[in-house]
Design a protein around this ligand. Structure first.
Ligand code: CDP
Length: 784
């Protein structure tokens, strides 16, 4: 087993390889929308304008009469094939097309198929639906009120309550609170937001009546899991389904669930025998596909006078919208929210979550986070800051006093997780040094005297990424492991096929680097392929920063199998015993006689031309890697900002991000991941909310209202790192892609609250817009 430090493994080549594979499609690019197949037709959704209404009638006649229209499918049509409802990823069920009633605005009501997308959209306008409005439930806090409408008439339980979930030791936690001299608390909302990938969701379903084979080009982060679910739900033999997920323009969790549009396109293709394309519009994506967050959380800390924490108590209300379509392991109704003890050494903790239905789009997906860990990290980092403020202890110092110490790893949290490794103080110290913390605090003091508003916010988060292990983690019952298959060709070049699926994270580069590191084949000689279920080994896909901890590990393990076989061939070629051989990346040589060597390329050639007796020909291996544990990356982020007293406008002046993801494969890609995630964290902290009015009308359904940060709003990110390898990963790496989105919202909010703390401000909910800040300043008499 090798444990490399970051520069060495990164040193195998830093350039970004462009994927040049356009086998799947002929078009301008390599995305689903670029797929153009002979005879292809187009689908368009008819959607409900109401959030809660009974469907009185649907008249499709006028739409069907429009020239170019091939079919109009309704919920009643699907019901005849038992397809009006589909299972969600969380053992709930969801309407594909509405029958009986609609439960959220923009819900799918009918699917129109026409020869071009303009005709399909025009025909959708001609579908006449008669609705009878029903009382709407928007506020999750009212979901279980006796007077609230019961939304899900399909369920036996006549209640909007979905689940109650609790973990931890309630008695020990309550006891600690009874005797604690200090208590701090916060009520914080991790607001409903949306990943808003630049490419919306979509598919081309192509059923070939001659071969009975269904090919689905799909914006899928989990192509194999989707193939299996298509087979189970649709009754199509799995060997007859091929899911191809070409390049993806951002996933962030949005492309993990199966959406009604995919199912309708498949049904239409099966019915018509033609390829059917369905691509969502921007508003459809924001209004109806899986939302993220919507956690309404209360956290309380019990501590002593020195700020040493004793216990954590968390109570949360989770708004799941109309269907519980959470994309998370089935053992965890609230995902990894029980990671809420964060980086701190609590003796006791208790966490409970209740999920409820409302008249909103279903979810919630893990938006660039490991199944609800962003909510958890935000909560703990907020309440720790509040405790520091209450005790007038510097927030960096308070964190330091409570961190889990390096010698406590592997560390078991009171809520049941076992952290693999960490050095939280190391990351904090580096961030403090990079930002010049002491000097900044002095500057803040001076500014306050002059009436200026400057804030410094710290977040020392812990992430948990890399699901499996398979015994604990699954998606819709399919166990979470992941895979890699490496084939070395006679000329020493290689192809590596994976169970994961990049959405722009650079897998084509980094997996090739792992092969290079393990086998000494140059990264430029390795092709990496993902996303075609006919060729790639089975895997659970890419989300929750799981690729490096799972498929990255599988790549190393498969390469090591190849190296073991290569050793046998080298011994045969060098006429020595295997024990006499030593390895250095790229060649085996005879111990003490380095000139007597065989390169991996020579060995590969021999694997097909000069095989030792008793050995199989060829040089390839596959590995299905079931990790023994998650990996636990961490870091400290520090935000420095100034607030304009006149307008409430916030300017992020500095942002230092120190991340620790163990050994790094490619420093440039990791930095890119951090930049992207921080930008999304900034957007969530300051700009983004999918809001609803009292009638359930979506307020953030377009980019006019749902804001995406551009280069103008985005500050310069200053990144740094520490390196604490994962002890159980084959080359000591931890995942990283989501850390910046998990860790940063708290740093931004803590900085705003810090800037206003001397005015008595303890908390402001995200998104912290200038309008919100201005109102706080007005309330505090700073502006009139
Ligand atoms: O699953 P996903 O690819 O989104 O997340 P990840 O495993 O955190 O990897 C994101 C990108 O960063 C991939 O290209 C990884 O290979 C790369 N990475 C790295 O170079 N070194 C690490 N220790 C972790 C990730």
């Amino acid at each position: 087993m090798i444990t490399k430090t970051s520069p060495e493994i990164g040193g195998m080549g830093h350039s970004i390889k462009r994927k040049e594979d356009s086998r799947f499609i002929q078009g301008k690019g390599n995305y689903v929308d670029d797929v153009h197949l002979p005879g292809m037709v187009y689908g368009h959704m008819v959607r409900s304008p109401y959030a809660h209404a009974r469907l009185k009638s649907i008249n499709t006649e006028k739409a069907k009469q429009l020239p170019g229209v091939l079919a109009v499918i309704t919920g009643e049509d699907l019901a005849k094939a038992n397809l009006a409802w589909m299972p969600t990823l969380f053992f709930d069920k969801q309407m594909v097309l509405a029958t009986g009633k609609v439960l959220f605005q923009a819900q799918e009501v009918a699917f129109v198929v026409a020869q071009d997308q303009y005709t399909a959209a025009d025909a959708a306008e001609l579908v006449e639906v008669e609705y009878e409005e029903l009382p709407v439930l928007v506020d999750p806090h009212r979901a279980t009120d006796p007077g609230s409408p019961i939304l899900r008439e399909d369920r036996e339980e006549k209640s909007n309550h979905i689940f109650h979930w609790e973990v931890g030791d309630k008695a020990a936690t309550d006891k600690a609170f009874q005797s604690a001299p200090v208590k701090a608390s916060v009520h914080a909302i991790s607001q409903r937001c949306h990943p808003a990938p630049l490419e919306t969701c979509g598919c081309v379903a192509d059923f070939n009546r001659a071969t009975e084979k269904l090919t689905v080009y799909l914006t899928s982060q989990a192509p194999h899991a989707h193939r299996t679910l298509f087979s189970i739900v649709g009754g199509i033999p799995e060997q007859n389904i091929r899911v191809v997920s070409p390049d993806i323009g951002g996933g962030f969790g949005n492309k993990v669930p199966i959406y009604p549009g995919y199912v309708c396109a498949v049904v239409a293709s099966l019915t018509l025998g033609l390829p059917v394309k369905w691509i969502e519009t921007r508003s459809e994506n924001l209004q109806s596909t899986g939302f993220a967050r919507d956690y309404h959380m209360t956290a309380e800390i019990a501590a002593d006078q020195n700020g040493k924490v004793k216990a954590l108590r968390v109570k949360t209300l989770a708004d799941h919208g109309a269907f519980n379509a959470a994309a998370q392991p089935t053992k965890f109704p609230a995902g990894l929210f029980s990671m809420c003890t964060g980086s701190y050494d609590f003796a006791a903790s208790f966490c409970e979550v209740d999920g409820v239905y409302t008249n909103k789009a279903p979810g919630g997906i893990a938006y660039r986070c490991s199944f609800r860990i962003t909510e958890a990290a935000y909560l703990i980092e907020r309440v720790v800051d509040i405790l520091a403020g209450q005790l007038k202890i510097d927030p960096a110092e308070l964190r330091r006093r409570n961190f889990i110490q390096p010698d406590q790893f592997p560390y078991k949290t009171p809520l049941g997780w076992t952290y693999d490794s960490g050095n939280y103080e190391g990351a904090l110290n580096k961030a403090l040094e990079m930002v010049g913390y002491t000097q900044l605090r002095k500057e803040q003091e001076e500014k306050r005297k002059k009436g200026e508003l400057m804030g410094i916010g710290i977040s020392s988060f812990t992430e948990a990424v890399g699901a499996g292990p398979a015994h604990t983690f699954d998606i819709a019952g399919i166990k979470m492991f992941d895979s890699a298959e490496i084939r070395v060709h006679p000329t020493g070049k290689a192809i590596c096929r994976m169970g994961t699926k990049s959405q722009g994270q650079g897998h084509e580069t980094t997996y090739a680097q792992i092969v290079a590191q393990e086998l000494g084949i140059p990264a430029s000689d390795v092709i990496v392929e993902e996303g075609d279920t006919d060729t790639a080994p089975y895997g659970l896909g890419t989300y929750a920063s799981r690729s490096t901890p799972t498929s990255g590990a599988a790549t190393a393990m498969a390469a090591r199998k190849i190296r073991d076989k290569a050793k046998k061939i080298a011994a045969h070629l060098l006429e020595c015993s295997e024990e006499d051989l030593e390895w250095e990346p790229g060649k085996f040589f005879v111990k003490g006689a380095p000139s007597k060597s065989k390169s991996i390329q020579e060995i590969a050639f021999a694997a097909y031309t000069n095989i030792p007796a008793g050995l199989e020909a060829g040089l390839e291996a596959v590995n299905y890697y079931d990790p023994p544990n998650l990996t636990f990356p961490f870091g400290t982020y520090i935000c420095v900002l100034d607030i304009d007293k006149g307008t409430g406008e916030i300017k992020v002046r500095r942002f230092v991000a120190v991340d620790d993801c163990g050994n790094v494969i490619n420093p440039m890609i990791v930095q890119g991941q951090i930049h992207g995630g921080l930008t999304e964290g900034l957007a969530i902290a300051f700009m983004q909310l999918i809001d609803y009015d009292e009638n359930g009308n979506v307020q953030g359904g377009s980019f006019m209202d749902y804001l995406i940060p551009t280069a103008v709003e985005t500050p310069h990110w200053e990144t740094g790192s520490t390196c604490t390898p994962s002890p159980h990963h084959p080359f000591g790496a931890k995942g990283v892609g989501e850390s910046p989105n998990v860790g940063s919202p708290a740093a931004f909010v803590n900085a705003v609250v810090d800037a206003l703390s001397h005015l008595g401000v303890k908390h402001i909910d995200m998104p912290i817009t200038p309008w919100k800040v201005w109102n706080v300043l007005k309330e505090k008499g700073v502006v009139s």
